[in-house]
Design a protein around this ligand. Structure first.
Ligand code: NAD
Length: 447
């Protein structure tokens, strides 16, 4: 591919469009229109990217080479009770069943089990400076002196964070392998995720670290592991409220525990089990403008903490109740980055009652646990496809051209027919419209 090519470079033989440096210099709409013209795209597909002028401008401020924004649906899973307080949870997600499942499980656990309880760590993040061929790890006395030096060195970059009650919380020096040494620094970032602060702090001490510990500094960067910043959610649900379909509560509770054991033993199942948890966590993270990739990387890594990838949840049946528990590393900010910057994230934070970062992490853990309880209950009960397909029917109805009240009417007919395909949707829409016009004709006749 040619570098610095003009934006008008014709498509290469594979059909891909070569975008030169002038593409970056265009306005958002110019980039969008340029691509649309070259790709022969028009109408809704193009309009959907830039329908709102403010959001279009915002996209340009937030990312490089913006062509608009991707409007993901945001909904609210209502009716959670968390540590005795009612919480409605905004969730941004494209998958149809996620909010419905969270709402169902969250409100069942809250009404019948007294809600969720949570415990959260202080919001402490870690960053590393990696040294190659450093001296052997010094004794406690030298390390204490080094830590004091680092604390002094970080006073200035951490002044504002210290004033908020956060700041430097100590360091560790560890051997990674026979050549590599990691200097891990720990910083309480209060309500921010803290990536930029940690990176700044780590970079500012890399030369000092190499000077005091020997060797060459290779890089300095925060760790997304966030395993010192966990949140735990729990619930206790009397088994009778676990009953589903033909299965009674005892049977269902026992099967939920069995499902968790399967996910602990077989990593193929564990991946999907944990993906279900992240349906809730990532949707809340996205709704609040948090970094979903950071949260997901941390949670999946945490699932391997005892050397094997396994379920993040734990369940047991005790004293006539199902006990569910989920602990996750959750570096969620209630300020910083896109959080409280994007207007939709500000709205989401208001729906949540303007939580601080620890409360937000606690809520995320509850949503993850509720989501998992919902998915596993369906899986070991009637299976997940029935509920999923009912929601999928709405999309088929839309694709067929149904709008407004037609959507529910067509979706109901698709579900009743158990035929989830485009042809059925077309047929049902035609039926609904025919009935509507017959009704209208009847009404007119009687006037
Ligand atoms: P940030 O750079 O916006 O810093 C947080 C800001 O919030 C600071 O200016 C701070 O002064 C202010 N603040 C106001 N009230 C605060 C309070 N009560 N507590 C804490 N801070 C308060 O954001 P950040 O959290 O440092 O970094 C998050 C961003 O960095 C995200 O967009 C993330 O995607 C991105 N990022 C991530 C990585 C990674 O995950 N590896 C790397 C680089 C950047």
């Amino acid at each position: 591919m040619k570098k610095n090519s003009s934006v008008l470079t014709p498509p290469n033989e594979t059909g891909a469009i070569v975008l030169g440096t002038s593409f970056r210099r265009m306005s958002v709409r110019e980039r969008r229109d340029y691509l649309a013209a070259r790709l022969g795209v028009s109408g809704q597909e193009v309009d959907a990217l830039t329908g709102d002028t403010n959001l279009t401008d915002l996209a340009n401020v937030m990312v490089e080479s913006a062509i608009g924004y991707m409007a993901v649906p945001m909904g609210v899973a209502a009716g959670f009770v968390i540590d005795g307080e009612r919480v409605n949870v905004p969730m941004a997600v494209e998958e149809p069943s996620v909010i419905a499942a969270a709402t169902h499980a969250g409100s069942l656990i809250s009404r019948r089990g007294g809600g969720f309880t949570t415990v959260t760590d202080e919001p402490v993040m870690c960053a590393e400076v990696y040294l190659r061929d450093a001296d052997s790890i010094p004794g406690d006395h030298v390390l204490k002196r080094f830590e004091a030096e680092v604390r002094t060195h970080l006073r200035d970059p951490l002044r504002a964070m210290n004033a908020r009650g956060g700041g430097f919380r100590g360091l560790r020096v560890e051997r990674v392998d026979d050549r590599l040494t990691a200097v891990r620094i720990y910083i309480d970032t209060r309500d921010a995720m803290g990536a930029n602060l940690l990176n700044t702090a780590a970079e500012s001490i890399r030369e000092l670290a190499a000077d005091r510990l020997g060797g060459e500094s290779i890089m300095a960067i925060l760790s997304n592991a966030a395993d010192d910043r966990t949140a735990e959610a729990r619930f206790t649900l009397p088994v009778e409220f676990c009953a589903r379909g033909k299965r009674n509560g005892d049977e269902m509770a026992e099967r939920i525990v069995a499902a968790n054991t399967i996910a602990n033993r077989d990593y193929h199942r564990a991946v999907t089990h944990n993906k279900g948890i992240m349906n809730g966590v990532s949707s809340l993270a996205l709704a609040t403008g948090n970094d979903t990739r950071a949260v997901e990387a941390a949670c999946h890594a945490y699932a391997t903490r005892d050397g094997r990838y396994r379920a993040l949840t734990e369940y047991e049946v005790r004293d006539g109740a199902l006990h569910g528990r989920l602990r996750l590393p959750l570096a969620l900010g209630s300020v910083g980055g896109a959080v409280a910057f994007h207007p939709a994230s500000r709205f989401a934070l208001r729906v949540l009652g303007s939580p601080d970062s620890q409360r937000l992490a606690a809520i995320a853990a509850c949503v993850g646990l509720a989501q998992n309880f919902a998915a596993v209950s369906a899986l070991v009960g009637e299976g997940i496809q029935r509920g999923h397909m009912r929601l999928h029917a709405n999309r088929l109805a839309w694709k067929a051209g149904a709008r407004g009240r037609e959507i529910a009417a067509v979706a109901e007919r698709i579900s009743a027919a158990h035929r989830f395909n485009d042809e059925t949707a077309d047929r049902m829409l035609a039926e609904v419209r025919a009935e509507k016009s017959r009704e209208r004709a009847g009404n007119n006749g009687s006037e």
